[in-house]
Design a protein around this ligand. Structure first.
Ligand code: UDP
Length: 326
């Protein structure tokens, strides 16, 4: 008789937006999932939903502290990712990237486990090459409000590479470009969640600057596909891989699309530019396509529909939990 033993996958930041979607997929494919989160930006509702699955365990833990567990796969996602969230405690943000990845690398070596780390398009900073290939070294300030995230993630990539070269760790790195979708916090602070929540609430859509800056938005299901493909790819693959949707749009265009899709009569207002805000961002995904056969399948309109539904439900639930006053 053969007894099938399912794999144990650790997801740090599993109570966050991408982590939650990844945990769900791992559970669906039969993994035992351990979610580690310090709940800085993770959502208790996500943990409650995941806990309904018998193969799910939650551990309230800050990855800046070492961790001892038996695991086969480590997905390192723990770190606040929206500019307002990661700038709220910049020292903690940088340390979560640097100490957190060191602790996960030690855990990977102790278990002979494979580690996939989620890096970011922010390692390219204010890019002077466009679209951005993985070979581009970026244009990043060591100081300033974004540096804690950008430089923290860059240092994490350095550690991953050196643990691979010096100590033989099996590591993979994805650089994520502007993900969005169901599971985002309504108060996340990134542009998609801000615009959809503002449109649904009938509030002004806040465009920072003149709205000509561009981003390339990647639907979360596409992203999770890419993450899982890279994690399971045979061989050694320590080089970073861009995961993003190469369809680039201006922020004004996104605002118009959100208004049209929600049927909202909100106005678009222009506020001051955010400090050090990259003017453009778009991934070159040749490496992901060649290595993984991956390309995004969900375009922005198709991705916005379930995202709008998600925020609609979240806002209704929030209203229902407001206590009534006599
Ligand atoms: N942005 C905006 N209004 C908002 C939030 C963001 O105009 O309410 C702009 C922001 O200045 C940037 C782009 O949208 O140019 C994407 O910002 P986001 O915070 O989503 O992510 P980033 O790519 O900057 O990390």
């Amino acid at each position: 008789m053969t007894v099938s033993v399912s794999r144990v996958s650790l997801v740090t930041g599993g109570a966050g937006f991408i982590g939650f979607n990844l945990c769900k997929r791992l559970l669906l494919q039969g993994d035992h999932v351990i979610c580690v989160d310090d709940m800085t930006s993770g959502m208790p509702q996500h943990v409650d939903e995941l806990r309904r699955h018998e193969n799910f365990r939650f551990l309230h833990h800050d990855i800046c502290e070492p961790l001892s567990l038996k695991v086969d796969r480590i997905f390192n996602l723990a770190c606040p990712a929206s500019p307002p969230a990661y700038q709220a405690d910049p020292i903690k943000t940088a340390l979560t990237s640097v100490l957190g990845v060191r602790n996960m690398l030690e855990l990977a070596l102790a278990n002979d486990a494979r580690l996939l780390h989620t890096s970011t398009s922010e390692v390219y900073g204010v890019p002077l090459e466009h679209p951005q290939r993985e070979s581009y070294n970026g244009n990043v300030k060591t100081m300033g409000p974004r540096a804690c995230y950008d430089e923290g993630k860059r240092c994490a990539e350095t550690l991953l590479h050196d643990y691979h070269r010096v100590r033989g760790a099996d590591v993979r790195v994805v650089r994520i470009f502007n993900p969005y979708g169901p599971g985002m916090r309504a108060d996340d602070g990134r542009v998609v969640s801000n615009f959809v929540v503002q449109a649904l609430a009938g509030e002004d859509l806040t465009v920072y600057g003149d709205g000509s800056y561009t981003r390339s938005f990647c639907y979360v299901d596409d992203l999770v596909d890419g993450i899982l493909l890279l994690m399971e790819l045979d061989g050694e693959h320590p080089q970073p891989v861009n995961l993003g949707n190469p369809h680039e749009i201006a922020i004004n265009e996104l605002a118009e699309l959100v208004l049209a899709m929600t049927g909202s009569r909100s106005r678009i207002v222009h506020l001051a530019n955010a400090v050090d805000d990259p003017k453009v961002r778009c991934p070159d995904i040749s490496r992901a396509t060649t290595l993984l056969g991956w390309r995004p399948r969900v375009d922005i309109a198709d991705g916005l529909r379930p995202t709008i539904d998600h925020f609609g439900r979240a806002m209704t639930a929030a209203v229902e939990t407001v206590p009534e006053f006599a």
